[in-house]
Design a protein around this ligand. Structure first.
Ligand code: BGC
Length: 452
């Protein structure tokens, strides 16, 4: 039962999230194969300041104290990702027991501290050996991913409490295959829809492999959703908002849940839109136990023929705060998004699997507490927005803040800090910020502290 005024559902899960390449470091340790992100960060001029994940937060070696820190903060769940190349250095075939053992130790430590593990199988770090075979453009990847998934399911299926197949397929294709700003750095309108489609086939094949093992924990897909509000009521802007929404939000939800693609994608991709075998949708459309929603911002969308290939762009809302990544702070968008999913996709169980903000944090002074008022404000507003969606009937069962630690923000390197815990990248010392202290109180009171 939800307390109508203040409370969250009584079994609501409060946690935090990270991903392998962003925090682990030691990417080649203990027989791991390199990933496309290892390659990308080691290619000149790809990442701000030439930063790499060679050390990152050194979590691979400090995971025990990191789990202790989570425990001190009161975390009830932890979403992490498994690096495919640690488990299968060539992506398929030979299993690397030492890589798998790292995740086993991590999961056992979490359970030991009373923290529920949520494991994501793919958070963007494709084994480089598979990229050499075409990566997400090769249809065989659905089988490669299912093979890898099965190895992890067999090892950890008795202990992981929630499984996620893919993290944000949209970012993989938009950043990796359409605009080339993320690994593997391709730029092609012909490749992007094929990569998307194979990601969704791989997702389906992984869920199939899971069901075949008869395991009991829930399994789901994580998508990043950004509501698109038309900048005006003119037809051109209304259509632009529809195209942008189809491209970013419906491109993944619709095949996964309804077994088809949005019509607008043909308009977006034009001659690059592929003919796809209709039987593929039988593989893609698997029963899901939950959906993970990552929410950061919204877009107020206007028609803009100069923007390839969606012909839509955002209108900056100067009246609102923007984060260090230039994203408008707009918490109402999270309520709207959750209700949109509820209304269009059959009211599925939802977890907010990421939500957070990069802000400039004042330099840390030894012994002092670290104040991050903008992140504190962001967190409060967005959690109230989650609460509002629950009050209106969205079946939201948990929330994972992004991120536990400041980490490697992909092509931005270490220049953008998303952590509720500060990481000094010279000493690797961890210091909880004010946002972490607030979050602990929110967890302790099951959300009531939000309304004090
Ligand atoms: C990703 C994270 C990333 C965060 C902030 C999400 O798109 O899943 O890996 O750090 O957003 O950009």
């Amino acid at each position: 039962m939800t307390n109508k005024v203040r409370g969250f559902p009584k079994d609501f899960i409060w946690g935090c999230a990270t991903s392998a390449y962003q925090i682990e470091g030691s990417p080649l340790a203990d027989g791991a194969g390199p990933s496309i992100w290892h390659r990308f960060t080691h290619t000149p001029n790809r990442v701000t300041d030439g930063d790499t994940g060679d050390i990152a937060c050194d979590h691979y070696r400090r995971y025990t104290s990191d789990v202790d820190l989570m425990r001190e903060l009161g975390m009830q769940a932890y979403r992490f990702s498994v690096a495919w190349g640690r488990v299968l250095p060539e992506g398929t075939g030979r299993v690397n027991p030492a890589g798998l053992a790292f995740y086993e130790r991590l999961v056992d430590r979490l359970l030991d501290k009373g923290i529920q593990p949520m494991a994501t199988l793919y958070h963007w770090d494709l084994p480089a050996a598979l990229d050499d075979r075409g990566g997400w453009l090769n249809r065989d990847i659905a089988h490669w991913f299912a093979e890898y998934s099965e190895v992890v399911f067999r090892k950890l299926g008795d202990r992981v409490k929630y499984w996620v197949t893919l993290n944000e397929p949209w970012v993989v294709t938009d950043g990796g295959y359409l605009h080339g700003v993320l690994a593997p750095g391709h730029r092609s309108a012909f490749e992007a829809p094929l990569a998307s489609h194979n990601l969704m086939r791989a997702h389906g094949a992984s869920v199939q492999a899971y069901r075949a093992l008869n395991l009991k924990s829930p399994i789901g897909l994580v998508v990043n959703l950004e509501p698109k509000y038309p900048a005006s009521q003119e037809a051109a802007d209304l259509n632009a908002a529809k195209r942008a929404e189809a491209y970013m939000n419906r491109q993944y939800l619709q095949p996964a849940i309804h077994g088809s693609y949005p019509e607008e994608l043909q308009d977006v991709f034009g001659e690059a839109w592929p003919k796809l075998p209709s039987q593929d949708f039988d593989l893609i459309k698997q029963k899901l136990d939950f959906l993970g929603v990552n929410y950061y911002t919204r877009q107020v969308t206007k028609n803009d023929p100069s923007v390839w290939p969606v012909r839509a762009s955002g209108v900056k809302q100067k009246q609102h705060t923007h984060t260090e990544t230039g994203w408008e702070v707009f918490a109402q968008g999270l309520t709207d998004t959750l209700l949109w999913v509820k209304n269009n996709y059959g009211n599925p169980p939802l977890y907010i699997t990421e939500n957070g903000a990069a802000f400039f944090d004042p330099p840390q002074v030894e012994g002092d507490t670290l104040e991050d008022p903008l992140r504190v404000d962001y967190l409060k507003k967005h959690l109230r927005a989650v609460h509002a969606a629950i009050q209106q009937g969205a079946d939201v069962r948990g929330y994972f803040v992004w991120s536990l630690l400041d980490n490697l923000e992909w092509a931005f390197g270490f220049s953008k800090r998303f952590g509720i815990v500060h990481v000094n990248f010279e000493t690797l010392a961890r210091t909880p910020k004010a946002s972490a202290r607030l979050y602990s109180k929110i967890i302790e009171t099951n959300g009531a502290a939000l309304f004090d």
